[in-house]
Design a protein around this ligand. Sequence first.
Ligand SMILES: Cc1cc2nc3c(=O)[nH]c(=O)nc-3n(C[C@H](O)[C@H](O)[C@H](O)COP(=O)(O)OP(=O)(O)OC[C@H]3O[C@@H](n4cnc5c(N)ncnc54)[C@H](O)[C@@H]3O)c2cc1C
Length: 425
Amino acid sequence: MKSEVYDIVGIGVGPFNLSLACMTEPLTEMRTLFFDKKPEFDWHSGIMPEWSTLQIPFIADLVTFADPTSKFSFLNYLKDQGLIYQYYIRENFFILRSEYNDYCKWACEQLENLRFDQDVQTISYDEASKIYTVETRNSANELTVVQAKHLVVGTGTTPIVPDFCKGFKQELHSSADYIEHKADYKNKKSITIVGSGQSGAEIYYDLLNEIDEHKYQLNWVTRSERFFAIDVNKLTLELTSPEYTKHFYNLPANKRDEVINSQDMLYKGINTDLINQIYDTLYIKSKKPDFDSRLITDTQVNSLSYQDGKFSLSCTRQDAQKDFEMDSEVVILSLGYEFKKPKCLMPIAQYLNWDEKERLDLSEDYAVNDDKTVFVQNLGLYTHGISAPDLGMSCFRNAIIINKILNKEVYPVEKRICFQEFLPE
Ligand SMILES: Cc1cc2nc3c(=O)[nH]c(=O)nc-3n(C[C@H](O)[C@H](O)[C@H](O)COP(=O)(O)OP(=O)(O)OC[C@H]3O[C@@H](n4cnc5c(N)ncnc54)[C@H](O)[C@@H]3O)c2cc1C
């Protein structure tokens, strides 16, 4: 049975589309519906050591940058939960990641336009009516069909798994599932983490803290030349601004690729405090008997094999071009996340814009078709720069999407916030 036509159907309910759901809730002129295949909202709980915090301050919540008076603000959550004075006394702008997850779940409970356990499987488009038909199935395989004038794709990213790592049934884990497996690690003789982004560092630090208790050998291997810190100096943070985003967008496509490839330190590194905590913990733990941990940089893992209960990692130290082997009972891949083209979009692929590298080609206002009826979240490092995956910029993106769809400025959008200039005249 087909329902009435929604103004927006959102595919996926991560923080980006949840922010959009909160921001559209007070807009009586808009009917919206958001689907997620998970049984309930859940934000990266698989990699959530209890001490881990968001990398951005609490003000970058689901709504505040667009509407500081919104009832969905983090401060309103704290007030509602009786935590606002504890948060004041804590004097720390960085929310625990588990607390951010709880806050998002609290926001979900107040929204009537979210449907969980609904996998969006296929989307079709009727050119005459300019209407999308979205088909979802729940875990009981029941079909739901809805229609929409606009789609907002918020399907997020998935952990990167190199081809040579596929197919192993043994202890080859993803950082995304760390918490699920953590209890088993105490029984292992050796654990190797591959990758040195924030997640890899968090896992190394978490396991390092228990190394003398469980006596495993703990290895941390990375292709990066060094364990580098994310650069969050205040003038660098201006590169997440609306005006740098606009400047970046207006560069030629090949130049944009070149620039983003040179900006790893702005969005891929490790929090400086965590690097220092790791060093200080290493200093303490290294004095204990049987301490065994290897930190190896500039090293490519080329292949894996598995025999007699352990992996053999075939590696190359890149600057010296020296090949070597390492053994480990467990390997934890922490190689970052990538956007995969959602299968449900394939039936309408012909209506979408693609660049020369077969990537979705975003307009400045985050649409991926000429009619500006299909928008994407999170995606667009190669078109909009480092602000694209930044949760702190989700309100900005959603304000632009809402204003575009309603063809009026519902949410004012800041045009200039930087002290520095990017294209001096
Ligand atoms: C551990 C971790 C910590 C991070 N911390 C920060 C941080 O502190 N600050 C920051 O700015 N960024 C952070 N990021 C980066 C980024 O903000 C997150 O990846 C964020 O979750 C992106 O939100 P999203 O809404 O795009 O997608 P996701 O959170 O990935 O959500 C996508 C949703 O879409 C659903 N979905 C996918 N396909 C379908 C389908 N076909 N049908 C229905 N549902 C579907 C999925 O079930 C999922 O719930 C972090 C990333 C990770 C991995």
